[in-house]
Unconditional design. Sequence first.
Length: 278
Amino acid sequence: MAQRQLKAPSAKLIADNGDWRVTEFVCDAGPDDRPFEERHDCVTIAAVLSGSFKYRTHAGQSLMHPGGFVLGEAGRCYECGHEHGRGDRCMAFGISPAYFDEIAYGAVGATRFSFAIPALPAAAGLMPLATRIATLNKSDVLAIEEMVVRLAFAATTVASGKTPSKIGISAGDEKRITRAMRYIEAHSSESINIDRLATIASLSKFHFLRVFARIAGVSPYRYLINTRLMRAAVEIAASRRHISAIAYETGFGDLSTFNAQFLAKFGVTPSAWRRGEG
């Protein structure tokens, strides 16, 4: 029986910030369809959310199942075939080659890292990171980029089999990160991205993320959320204004997220905090 023409998987862009993008791919191909061939236009780390398929690339081939991760290099061709069942759904994290080189160097000290294997199995333990990214609000670009970098860092470390390289902190780093912290505090109600913070700190984006976490003890996104929560808590206790108005004013995009974050931070709801129960 002749194989019918295979259409490309449908793609839904989740988030994009130039150096990276998150895309959901859904494929309805089956055993009667010829394998789909394509070329990676960026470094790709894709989580298999459902279905199974055979993935082939220059580094070899692997039968993919939910929880596994496809690894792809920019400019390299790959092939996906559904020999054992129909359809799959993947969440792909694409990273520009230059940005990935920076991440790989920070992770394992490699100036030009190349994946020697085609995929990572579900046992690699990276799925919690991928699913966390998928649940983030598209407007939380700072949070999404932090998680994409963490995923790329972890995937590179696991694929290489090496121990992550350590970083030292200098007095200059402390001064640079303090500038970024003050910017976050002054603009906490606004949308903030890593590009802006790294520029203020005069550091590359990946190095900024690592150094910030070492010095502040939390990621830039968590520092931003904590700053917003502290300001909201003060305003809630000091005024009788609607809590929803305070939440939006301090930078939260929706009330449910604000309530959940407030409860996690202070152990009580905003209303209970106003009643002095915190």
